[in-house]
Design a protein. Structure first.
Length: 177
């Protein structure tokens, strides 16, 4: 079997060069590689050409998924056990791994807009740009960070979703400093 395993046979010719093992992710400027979330992929990014033809680039080998909507980078999802790229916060490299805990995330990013606790799983929701950009930190066991999601028009941007999560705070969120 090849480097990537896709159930969809039209993806068996996946261009390995589209994925980057050292992808940089700016969690405060919302930039993946050199492409800001909500913008068309920059031609210099390894994933740009691939996303011209496909709506999703999923790299199980490198621990991330990138997706576009209407030709613009819409979401990025990272599995920390596998992801070997670089996270940036305020132009500084930040080591985040599956040993990172909630307290560390809150120390770095401040109090989340909303915290969802379901059994032992905890998701911290951070809302930016008047609720149009969402950053999620997911702790499936309630203790250890395993997944990070950046998304335009995130889950909590929809009223029905806010209701299902029991959100009681006003929308859109106050502007974060």
């Amino acid at each position: 079997m090849g480097l990537f395993s896709f159930l969809n046979t039209d993806r068996q010719n996946f261009d390995v060069s589209a994925a980057d093992s050292r992808l940089s992710v700016d969690l405060t400027k919302f930039i993946i590689g050199s492409t800001p979330l909500g913008k068309e992929p920059w031609d210099g990014d390894s994933f740009a050409k691939y996303l011209e033809k496909e709506t999703t680039l999923k790299s199980d080998q490198y621990g991330y998924e990138l997706g576009i909507k209407n030709g613009k980078l819409n979401h990025a999802f990272f599995t920390l056990k596998i992801f070997k790229g670089i996270f940036l916060v305020e132009d500084k490299s930040l080591l985040l791994s599956n040993t990172t805990n909630r307290k560390e995330i809150i120390t770095i990013f401040g109090e989340p807009y909303w915290t969802d606790i379901d059994d032992s799983e905890i998701i911290l929701f951070y809302e930016y740009q008047e609720g149009t950009t969402e950053l999620q930190f997911e702790f499936p066991d309630g203790e250890h960070l395993e997944f990070i999601t950046l998304i335009k028009g995130g889950i909590l941007s929809k009223q029905a979703q806010r209701e299902s999560y029991g959100v009681t705070k006003p929308w859109p969120p106050e502007k974060r400093q």
